[in-house]
Design a binder for this molecule. Structure first.
Ligand code: SF4
Length: 257
């Protein structure tokens, strides 16, 4: 179950061990040899580090337990939040320093996020669900401006925007096509969904999911048969499965990313 998720959790734990060593080191120096003021500053810094580390350790524990037990653990919500929004971006950065493929880390994060969301038993009205699709799904030769309004699509069928529109209409959920993170955030702010199904590449998904956290959002990776950002596509069955998981009685998706 943890095969793909353990990469990012492993790095996070290693990072925490290093931080613990730094914090203990600072405390050690504070008690041996420097003047009182420096000692106090170092003590405060060490305390800050240790509190952060404790929260992050609890966050890692929370993620593991939530995924294993398949249910939310309310008292660990805050540490998990800190882990997702504060520590994991740092872990992504560290991974690059150690030459771990960025996409691998991002996929690992998306897997963790989807597994956490899956444990929440949501039964939402369809109109509180938003599908966010990237602009690159639109056929590159299409002249219609669908980012302002998806209904500008003429449903010609040359790209999957037509399929997504028909799926959204059938299920009664909202659909927006966005050019990037800024527009995506605007749509979320405007439509105020209770849950999001986001389609994008690894980079946009991992940053977007962190942005909207703790709003439940399932990430579905797009496919790039023509290279990045042009005429991309998506597994429609996975999008549908993700949407249905938010609806009353819907199946919970397995490995949607
Ligand atoms: S399906 Fe819609 S967005 Fe895609 S090419 Fe046709 S008109 Fe354009």
């Amino acid at each position: 179950m943890f095969a793909r998720k353990r990469l990012i959790l492993g790095i996070a734990l290693s990072f925490l061990v290093v931080l613990t060593a730094v914090a203990v080191g600072l405390w050690h120096v504070s008690f041996h040899g420097l003047d009182d003021l420096t000692r106090l500053l170092l003590f405060g810094l060490g305390l800050f580090f240790l509190l952060f580390i404790a929260m992050a350790f609890l966050g890692v524990l929370g993620v593991v337990l939530i995924i294993l037990w398949q249910r939310p653990i309310p008292f660990l919500e805050r540490p998990v939040n800190i882990l997702i929004t504060r520590l994991l971006p740092l872990v992504m950065y560290l991974g690059r320093v150690f030459h771990i493929a960025k996409e691998k880390l991002e996929r690992s994060f998306i897997e963790i996020n989807n597994s956490l969301v899956k444990t929440r038993s949501l039964a939402l009205d369809p109109n509180r669900i938003l599908i966010l699709a990237p602009h690159c799904l639109q056929y590159s030769g299409c002249q219609y401006k669908i980012t302002a309004n998806v209904n500008n699509c003429h449903l010609c069928g040359r790209c999957q925007v037509k399929d997504l529109i028909l799926m959204a209409r059938e299920l009664g959920v909202n659909l927006a096509v966005v050019t990037g993170g800024t527009l995506a955030r605007k749509k979320v702010k405007k439509l105020r969904p209770r849950a999001v199904v986001a389609v994008a590449c690894e980079r946009d998904l991992s940053s977007g999911l962190q942005d909207v956290y703790p709003l439940p959002a399932i990430g579905v990776l797009n496919e790039r048969p023509n290279g990045p950002c042009v005429d991309t596509c998506v597994d429609l069955a996975r999008v549908r499965q993700a949407v249905e998981s938010f609806l009353a009685g819907g199946p919970k998706p397995e490995g949607v990313a």
